[in-house]
Design a protein around this ligand. Structure first.
Ligand SMILES: Nc1nc2c(ncn2[C@@H]2O[C@H](COP(=O)(O)OP(=O)(O)O)[C@@H](O)[C@H]2O)c(=O)[nH]1
Ligand SMILES: [Mg+2]
Length: 193
């Protein structure tokens, strides 16, 4: 979905990895909205990491493919692809996601190594259904929960973990770059209670 925090989380994760001493490349694979690419470019500049983009309305798979090539050429440790939001009911858009996965797999049969669904903590139970459907299309390896600084407590995380066995990996707790951390179940439960 749009506005859940995918692009912000991409930037925050890039920042976190860079601070840990890793090198990385970003792929601006939300090609539907020019503003989305510009938004990621601003973040990339701030974090000081290279970004690969394609032509407006181009094929997101092609952007990811080019970005993977670039990441290999630069010997980068990580490539993070920021994809467009989509409703799980839009078949063609879900197929597009599958194509991104397939395309990355052409570069390396073990790629993508992680597929993270970004869930907004302030949206309720629908996130579980969303996770179920996304997981059917591109098997998810984890969830990023955003906006835990808001009214939502992220109870859906527990449901996603229990029903689908997909763990939360990172949490977003604000609009700034540093408002992001690895998910620690104990801390999370303490805050929920
Ligand atoms: N309060 C808060 N706002 C966030 C968080 N993550 C993202 N946002 C805000 O949510 C809005 C949408 O974020 P964006 O990354 O563009 O969403 P996208 O459409 O999924 O890529 C922006 O105004 C972000 O600053 C968070 O953890 N907490
Ligand atoms: Mg975005």
């Amino acid at each position: 979905m749009n506005g859940t925090g995918k692009t912000t989380s991409t930037a925050k994760l890039a920042n976190l990895l860079k601070k840990q001493g890793h090198s990385l490349v970003l792929a601006a694979a939300d090609t539907f909205r020019a503003a989305a690419v510009e938004q990621l470019e601003v973040w990339a500049k701030r974090v000081d990491v290279p970004i690969i983009k394609g032509p407006p309305n181009g094929d997101p798979s092609a952007v990811c493919f080019d970005a993977y090539s670039s990441a290999i050429a630069r010997k980068a440790d990580f490539l993070i692809c920021d994809t467009a939001g989509r409703l799980h009911t839009r078949h063609n858009l879900m197929e597009e996601l599958r194509k991104v996965q397939r395309t990355l797999g052409k570069k390396d049969p073990t790629a993508p190594h992680e597929v993270l669904l970004v869930v907004d903590a302030t949206t309720g139970g629908n996130a579980l259904q969303q996770a179920k459907e996304f997981n059917k299309t591109v098997p998810l390896t984890g969830v990023i929960v955003t906006k835990l600084d808001g009214s939502g407590k992220g109870g859906v995380l527990v449901a996603i973990q229990q029903e689908l066995g997909i763990p939360a990996r990172f949490v977003g707790t604000g609009e700034h770059m540093e408002d992001f951390e690895a998910f620690v179940p104990e801390t999370f439960l303490d805050q929920m209670l």
